[in-house]
Design a protein around this ligand. Structure first.
Ligand code: COA
Length: 226
């Protein structure tokens, strides 16, 4: 009986030390989550229940192993982390402090991605390659950037500081600082807080395939007339 009691005390002590360590080592990330998610009620809730925090704990560890040039093990742990959290972060990615991944499911952060400080990513965000590049092939995200749910930021491009990427946007070109970018392909709609593209029709987001078909139809009809 005493043995069981001792065992429980030891386990509880280990859990307490673990929670205190996470509170200390991930204070910027926990603070960011508290500030940016109105649903977050306490630090303990964040540590126990937020997959974005769990994914970052795994990432810091795998990144450490990657820097020691240990093969296979960092990727194996990051795949396990993906299984547990739904968030895939390559161990070689560079991630600044204060990243908040809200909800998390479906987030992918590629190998050569660079993420600045105080960035927010919602579920389904991909920081990926275009499939055509080698070497640095993933985006560089500035400080204080927010990337909306389902957005894809593809290729070795830069998203400037303090920018917003709208939900479901597909960004394939550099974005200057203090911009808002929406749609497919991504278009800048606001810069320095001012609207800059009045012609953008957000209710009919431009689809490049539809545009190409329309262009072909126009040419066929021109040829028929001739
Ligand atoms: C883009 C976003 C940041 C809004 O930025 P904003 O600077 O406040 O922009 P506005 O709301 O003034 O919208 C600007 C224009 O873009 C349009 N727009 C906004 N978000 C858009 C989106 N995701 N896709 C396409 N168009 C969008 C608006 O309809 C508006 O069009 P209008 O000028 O014709 O009226 C925001 O709409 C967004 O997508 N946030 C992501 C939030 C998110 O992912 N939440 C997940 C929670 S779980």
């Amino acid at each position: 009986m005493i043995c069981l009691l001792e065992f429980i005390v030891i386990i509880l002590t280990i859990i307490l030390i673990w929670i205190l360590m996470i509170l200390l080592l991930f204070r910027r990330e926990i603070k960011a989550a508290r500030e940016r998610d109105p649903a977050a009620k306490s630090d303990i809730e964040l540590i126990l229940l937020y997959p974005g925090i769990h994914a970052l704990i795994f990432y810091r560890f795998t990144n450490f192993l990657h820097k020691l040039k240990i093969p296979i093990i960092p990727r194996t742990i990051s795949q396990l982390a993906r299984f547990l959290t739904g968030i895939e972060i390559h161990p070689a990615a560079h991630i600044g402090r204060g990243l908040f991944i809200d909800h998390g499911m479906g987030v992918v952060i590629g190998e050569t991605s660079i993420i600045g400080e105080n960035v927010t990513l919602y579920q389904g965000v991909t920081l990926g390659g275009t499939g055509k590049e080698r070497g640095k092939r993933h985006p560089t995200i500035g400080n204080n950037v927010v990337i909306g749910t389902g957005a894809k930021v593809l290729g070795d491009i830069s998203i400037g500081d303090n920018s917003y990427v709208g939900a479901n946007a597909v960004v394939i070109k550099d974005v200057p600082p203090n911009s808002t970018i929406v749609g497919v392909p991504g278009r800048i709609t606001k810069q320095e807080g001012k609207k800059i593209d009045l012609s953008l029709d957000h209710r009919h987001v431009i689809d490049p395939i539809t545009e190409s078909i329309n262009e072909l139809k126009r040419r066929i009809s021109d040829l028929e007339k001739k």
